[in-house]
Ligand binder design. Structure first.
Ligand SMILES: Cc1ncc(COP(=O)(O)O)c(C=O)c1O
Length: 400
């Protein structure tokens, strides 16, 4: 049998998600009877709205059919009404419904980039940006941001310095996963101007748009002139606590792009039909679901900040949006610490699971003493989870 690899460059080199890669250790810990508080993954625990669940079903005797490749027409129409209602000027032909924001990201990168083209994004970044770029044959060029100044967006000069003849787009996540940073209107206005000046597209991942705890949600489309360059990635996963519905969309007024991603969408036939029915139900009858969920996450954010402030040596910038926080811990290696939490530590039979920082960076050596905390638990378990982190930091042999 040949010993040479059957895999492509992509197959060999796509990184494992830092959010999921410790799962085997978690499983072993759970099998030993340890209770694990999961702060590693962005899976909210809020029940999906009844209006969603009631409509995401068919009576026996019906056919669970494909939908149109661009999405069910009533669902797209409901999306237009939804965006119009929140002040985002979007028409039906600006939207392609996708299988989650994940497929939206992959389609957009594939439509914009030839192999070897480049996309600029601030780091730390959502790790799947790296994987999707690799799948599209594109190279992610990262711009460092600093925990000391709340991971704020780098100045336009830094973006300009990273632009090469191969640069096709700038990719922002606002509010940011993993940092919890909310970019200011001024900072976004400057990036829009830069993108226009250099003929680049601006991909704005707004899947956490509503999750804002200081100020009001801000779409890139509200920046004057942005519509020429903006491509929005959106998702119902977090907004309606419906991650398993696999429902997202691409929004752009550049119809050349919508045309290209529509041809990709035809090849994959259809986004999930039941998910779209559910999404239609939620959009038609949203009730106070989103506002009460945001109020709940604001309380959790407050609890997280309050508990982290009690831990000596921990640096936690203010969490402004999404439900994540990149946090600096007094440890030699966050990779080792996160594995140790699952393998070697427990307090009264309990431990906590976190996502190690380096997987959110491309620059070697970055994020060594950082972890991403996803505050997706209710107040009491969240408090306990951060207290467990405190006990663990006292016991960890590699404490700095
Ligand atoms: C920043 C960001 N973008 C996109 C996605 C993709 O979400 P989905 O495919 O569930 O819509 C996620 C999911 O966690 C995310 O955090």
């Amino acid at each position: 049998m040949s010993t040479s690899s059957i895999l492509s460059y992509r197959g060999k080199n796509a990184p494992a998600s830092p959010i999921r890669k410790l799962e085997p250790l978690a499983r072993a810990a759970a099998e030993r009877g340890t209770k694990i508080y999961h702060l590693n993954i962005g899976q909210p625990d809020i029940p999906t709205p009844a209006s969603f669940l009631q409509k995401a079903r068919l009576e026996p005797g019906n056919v669970l059919s494909y939908s149109p490749s661009v999405g069910l027409y009533p669902y797209r129409k409901a999306l237009v009404d939804y965006y119009t209602g929140i002040g985002m000027p979007v028409a039906e032909r600006d939207i392609l419904v996708t299988t989650g924001g994940s497929e939206a990201l992959l389609f957009v990168l594939m439509a914009l980039c030839d192999p070897g083209d480049e996309v600029i994004t601030p780091e730390p970044y959502y790790p799947n940006y790296g994987t999707f770029s690799m799948m599209a044959g594109a190279t992610l060029r990262t711009l460092p941001t600093r925990i000391e100044d709340g991971f704020r967006l780098p100045p336009p000069a830094d973006f300009a310095a990273a632009i090469t003849p191969r640069t096709r787009a700038i990719l922002l996540c606002n509010p940011s996963n993993p940092t919890g940073t909310l970019y200011s209107r001024d900072a976004l206005t400057a990036v829009v101007a830069l993108a226009k000046q250099h003929g680049l597209m601006l991909i704005c991942d707004e899947v956490y748009r509503d999750f804002v705890y200081a100020g009001t949600p801000l779409s890139i489309l509200s920046i004057p002139g942005a519509a020429d360059v903006a491509i929005i990635i959106d998702s119902l996963s977090k907004r309606f606590s419906a991650c398993g519905a696999r429902l997202g969309c691409i929004i752009s007024q550049r119809h050349e792009l919508i045309d290209a991603v529509t041809r990709f969408a035809m090849a994959r036939l259809s986004p999930p039909t039941l998910g779209q029915l559910g999404g239609l139900g939620a959009l038609e009858d949203p009730g106070p679901f989103v506002s009460s969920m945001i109020a709940e996450f604001r309380r959790r954010r407050d609890v997280l900040m309050e508990e982290l402030a009690k831990l000596p040596g921990v640096l936690a910038p203010e969490a402004q949006g999404a439900f994540y926080l990149m946090t600096r811990l007094p440890v030699d290696s966050s990779e080792r610490f996160c594995a140790w939490l699952l393998n070697d530590f427990s307090h009264q039979g309990e431990t906590v699971m976190l996502a190690p920082g380096p997987g959110f960076y491309q620059t070697p050596g970055s994020g060594q003493d950082e972890v991403r905390i996803a505050y997706v638990l209710g107040e009491a378990p969240l408090r306990r989870a951060v207290q467990l982190l405190g006990h663990a930091l006292q016991a960890y042999p590699g404490r700095k």
